[in-house]
Design a protein around this ligand. Structure first.
Ligand code: FAD
Length: 279
C-alpha cells in the first residue's frame, strides 16, 4: 500500500529518504497533475510520497559570498517579488504558468520534473546555476547543467533532496527571456529563449544563449559563445547569420501535441537572430 509522510522538519525528511524510496512532493503542480485520476480521491500515487511543502526552513533567499542562495521551497511568487533575484529569472517567472501555480510551484520542482520545456531551467542554465543536493550522510554542490540529463531524468539520488539553488553573481548589459506558447499566459512553452550579454567598452565580454523545448534538455553551447566573445558589437551583429548557422544543427526539437519540429526550429533560430541584431 502507498504511504504518505508529511515531514516534520528538514532532518525528518532526510531521515525518511534514508529509510525508503519516496517521491518528494513540493508544490505538487507537476506531481498532482501527472498522478490525477478524475474518478479517484485521494490521488492514486504509484509510490510512497514524502510531502515537504510545509518545511519553512527551505523557504529563503539569501545573499552569500559570490552567489544568491535560494531555498528549494521558495515559491515562484516569492522569487518574482524579490529584487535580489536576477531580472532575467523574474522576467521568466512573470510569464510562467498562472498566479495560482506560481504560489505553489518551485525551481526545485521544475528541476525534478526535468521537462525539456521547463521555463526556469532555461534561466538556470543561462546563469550557470548550481544545485545543492543533500542526503542524511552527504552534501554535494554540482552545476545545474549536470543535474538534468534528459527528459524526466536527473542525477538526483533516491536518498537525496535538492536543498538549495545557487545563482553565481554576474552582471550583464542586457538579458532577455522570451517564450512562445499557445496563449499569452498559462502555456507550456513551444520554445523558450534566454539571452545575456556584457560589453567591455565596445567588445563582447560575455555572451550566453540558452534554449528550451528544442532538445532533450536545455540547450546551451559554450563553444559557439566563446567564438562571439571579443568581437565588437558591430562585428557581432554582422556575423548574426553565421552564429544562427552554428546553432542550426544543435536545435533538434521534436513534434508533439504542442507544436511541430519545423516550426519550433524556425522560431528558435529567429529568436537567436533577433537577440543578436537587437543589441
Ligand atoms: C496549469 C499549469 C501550468 C504550468 N505552466 C508551466 C510553465 O509555464 N512553465 C513551466 O516550466 N512549468 C509549468 N508548469 C509545471 C510546474 O508548475 C513546474 O514544473 C513547477 O516548477 C513544479 O514545481 P513543484 O514544486 O510544484 O513540483 P512538484 O510537482 O512537487 O514536483 C515535481 C518533481 O520534482 C521533484 N521534486 C520537487 N522538489 C524537490 C526537491 N526539493 N528535491 C528533489 N526533488 C524534488 C518531485 O519529486 C517531482 O518529481 C505548469 C503546471 C500546471 C499545472
Amino acid at each position: 500500500m502507498v504511504t504518505h509522510h508529511i515531514a516534520k522538519d528538514y532532518q525528518d525528511a532526510l531521515e525518511k529518504l534514508s529509510e525508503g524510496t519516496y517521491r518528494i512532493l513540493a508544490g505538487g503542480t507537476d506531481l498532482m497533475v501527472r498522478n490525477r485520476r478524475l474518478s479517484e480521491t485521494p490521488v492514486p500515487f504509484a509510490s510512497d510520497v514524502l510531502y515537504i511543502h510545509n518545511l519553512d526552513e527551505l523557504r529563503y533567499v539569501s545573499e552569500e559570498k559570490g552567489h544568491l542562495a535560494i531555498g528549494a521551497l521558495t515559491s515562484y511568487e516569492d522569487l518574482l517579488h524579490d529584487e535580489r533575484v536576477p531580472t532575467v529569472l523574474r522576467d521568466c517567472l512573470r510569464i510562467l504558468a498562472s498566479p495560482a501555480i506560481r504560489k505553489m510551484g518551485t525551481l526545485a520542482g521544475n528541476i525534478g520534473n526535468a521537462s525539456p520545456a521547463g521555463d526556469s531551467l532555461v534561466v538556470l542554465r543561462l546563469l550557470d546555476a548550481q544545485c545543492v543536493l543533500e542526503s542524511k550522510d552527504s552534501t554535494r554542490t554540482i552545476p545545474y547543467k549536470e543535474v538534468v540529463t534528459g527528459p524526466g531524468k536527473t542525477v538526483i539520488g533516491k536518498r537525496e533532496i535538492i536543498k538549495e539553488i545557487r545563482l553565481p553573481e554576474a552582471s550583464f548589459d542586457k538579458t532577455v527571456f522570451w517564450k512562445v506558447g499557445g496563449r499569452k499566459a498559462d502555456a507550456i512553452s513551444k520554445v523558450a529563449f534566454g539571452g545575456a550579454v556584457k560589453f567591455s567598452d565596445e567588445n563582447v565580454a560575455d555572451f550566453r544563449l540558452s534554449l528550451g523545448a528544442v532538445a532533450p534538455k536545455t540547450l546551451r553551447d559554450e563553444d559557439v559563445e566563446r567564438g562571439v566573445k571579443g568581437k565588437t558589437k558591430t562585428e557581432m551583429k554582422d556575423s548574426a547569420e553565421e552564429i544562427v548557422a552554428a546553432y542550426a544543427p544543435l536545435v533538434r526539437p521534436i513534434s508533439d501535441q504542442r507544436s511541430n519540429a519545423a516550426y519550433r526550429k524556425e522560431v528558435a533560430l529567429n529568436m537567436i537572430r533577433q537577440f543578436i541584431t537587437s543589441l
